[in-house]
Design a protein around this ligand. Structure first.
Ligand code: BGC
Length: 579
């Protein structure tokens, strides 16, 4: 489809359901890092197009692409210099359209980035603003002051590089406001022209047919004296305006909120179903790691207890790792110290308020722990997001600056440049991981395709099993509270389909006794094998686990064992309080 013809066309809807995002499994990748189609050392849309077979083979149904717009790349593309174009290194708008159409043809949806809190200082809007006279409409597109003590109650996010949220601009002869790097001035949402311009940018990509937009850094859109300048009502008003446009003009598309906040502060980003469809659940992420390190389910159970209900058509997005540091902003000081001690012993592994490592190294490359965490990712409430490369257990490189150590080229095979690019190794945007045990010669897609027990093949199976029920994406959550806290047990239930998830967070073999009496007469079917376990009766139900072992059971009534969830009645109340 040509670009102009794509305008307003509804994206392909594999299941025709406007709530598709509730059943989705998202795969996050950087075009730059995936596959170089023109041998210049950078991944591009041509390369990505060639790899759609692989993406599809994972069983995921949605791609989230990191920013691919023209940019000086001082924040890996989150510093945008033009909202309506493609960075030429990654291809052309036609390449993007070709990729998008092909993804849609395969039933894959595509979510892209809408980064509106700030632009690059190279953006023409900023260049115009700094040269325009004070008080002029052009200057007013950004946030300026003569007094850098303004908004003093606002925290600094990039603590390793920035000492203030204000930076002096010698051209404008004023300070400009920035919540991130000092080359990323924040747009001024008190100026209606700014909202109009970013709405225009949003329409541009929706007209091309993208299925959703990740709204980057949205808690910080508006500033007010005497506040911490986060989550302000004025910011929510901006989001409601954007959502109104989306709903009025683009059916079936979604917003995904990046609001790294505590659950009660994230809740308003769903609004009354009139802001974002989805929001990342930041606080549960480090707690999954904490639960495994402490061998205790309490951190997970507690944070979910503190997670408010969200409107029925809204959804959490959950993840283990992404392109940023594993953020530790949403934990207590004590918990942060604990996480650093457990997971970032080498100071090089730390950046800002977080840890710059990938999943496999965080888990000490212990396959059992990697599986356990992925099992949690796929069974906790929300839509799971898999970060590219984690499906094969890629490693990281803490010697690269910023967060680049978790953004290295995808490892396709054991040949030249890991099959990522045909150019000289020295010309690659980033070195490939070469050292054992994560080096590309050993850890790569091809090797894992050829190995029956590989992580890749296990991940495919995990995703396939998850997709046999809508209960993981849509079901309600209920924790059980057996005495042994090393074991995490919960039920997911949706329209009569009941799933029991049980996992051992400990490095030791463990046993647990569960009160499943409400299911007396039913049989747990182990979901990976479809094998029945002993039937449930009124007595405590015993389960034993190897280290880091896990089970997913579908609970079935014996009499009607031939339909998903058949015969299972509604769940009764939980089993008392505590973790
Ligand atoms: C992105 C980061 C980026 C920051 C500033 C974030 O939330 O995930 O990668 O550095 O926004 O744009």
């Amino acid at each position: 489809m040509r670009r102009e013809d794509a305008a307003k066309a509804a994206p392909v809807a594999p299941n025709g359901d406007p709530r598709w995002y509730k059943d989705a499994i998202i795969y996050q990748l950087h075009v730059k890092a995936y596959r170089d189609g023109d041998s210049d050392g950078y991944g591009d849309f041509r390369g990505l197009l060639d790899k759609l077979d692989y993406v599809q083979s994972l069983g995921v149904d949605c791609l989230w692409l990191l920013p691919f717009y023209p940019s000086p790349l001082r924040d890996d593309g989150y510093d945008i210099a033009d909202y309506k174009a493609i960075n030429p290194t990654y291809g052309t708008l036609d390449d993007f359209q070709r990729f998008l159409d092909e993804a849609h043809r395969r039933g894959l949806r595509v979510v892209t980035e809408l980064v509106i809190n700030h632009t690059s200082d190279q953006h023409p809007w900023f260049q115009r603003a700094r040269t325009a006279p004070r008080g002029s409409p052009e200057r007013d597109w950004y946030v300026w002051t003569d007094d850098p003590n303004k908004y003093a109650g606002t925290r600094i996010i990039f603590t390793d590089t920035e000492t203030s949220n204000w930076t002096w601009d010698p051209v404008a002869q004023q300070f400009f406001w920035h919540r991130f790097f000092s080359h990323q001035p924040d747009l001024n949402f008190d100026n209606p022209a700014v909202l109009e311009a970013v709405t225009d940018a949003m329409r541009f990509w929706l007209d091309m047919g993208v299925d959703g937009l990740r709204l980057d850094a949205i808690p910080y859109l508006v500033e007010r004296e005497g506040t911490n300048c986060e989550n302000l009502p004025e910011t929510h008003a901006v989001l409601k305006r954007l959502r109104a446009t989306l709903d009025a003009e683009y059916a079936g598309r979604i917003f995904l909120a990046e609001a790294n906040q505590w659950p009660p502060d994230v809740r308003p980003y769903f609004g009354d179903s009139d802001e974002c469809h989805m929001a990342f659940h930041f606080p549960v992420m480090p707690r999954m790691y904490m639960a495994v390190a402490r061998q205790d389910r309490t951190p997970i159970v507690e944070i979910m207890a503190r997670t408010p209900e969200i409107p029925p058509d809204c959804q959490w997005a959950i993840f283990l790792r992404n392109h940023d540091e594993l953020t530790l902003e949403m934990v207590t000081d004590e918990e942060r110290d604990y996480m650093y001690t457990e997971y970032a012993k080498d100071p090089r592994m730390r950046i800002n308020v977080g840890i710059r490592r990938r999943l496999a190294p965080l888990m000490g490359n212990d396959r059992r722990k990697i599986e356990l965490l992925n099992t949690l990712l796929m069974s906790m409430p929300g839509t799971p997001i898999v970060y590219y490369g984690d499906e094969i257990g890629m490693g990281d490189n803490v010697f690269l600056g910023d967060r680049n150590g978790v953004r290295t080229p995808m490892q396709w095979n054991g040949s030249w440049n890991s099959g990522f690019s045909e150019t000289d190794s020295a010309a690659l945007y980033s070195p490939i991981i070469v050292d054992p045990p994560y080096g590309f010669q050993g850890v790569n897609v091809m090797a894992q395709e050829r190995t029956e027990a590989s992580l890749l093949r296990w991940m495919r199976r995990l995703i396939a099993v998850r997709k046999t029920t809508q209960a993981f994406g849509r079901g309600r959550l209920e924790f059980l509270h057996p005495l042994n806290r090393r074991v995490l047990v919960f039920l997911r239930e949706h329209e009569g389909d009941t799933i029991l998830v049980a996992c051992n967070l400990a490095k030791s073999a463990e046993a647990v006794q569960l009160d499943l009496s409400r299911f007396a007469g039913c049989t747990p079917l182990e979901m990976w094998s479809d094998q029945p376990f002993p039937p449930i009766d009124e007595t405590p139900y015993a389960l034993t686990f190897g280290p880091y072992g896990y089970y997913w059971f579908r609970i079935r009534g014996d009499a009607v064992a031939d339909g998903p969830g058949a015969g299972v009645g509604a769940l009764e109340a939980g089993q008392g309080g505590g973790a």
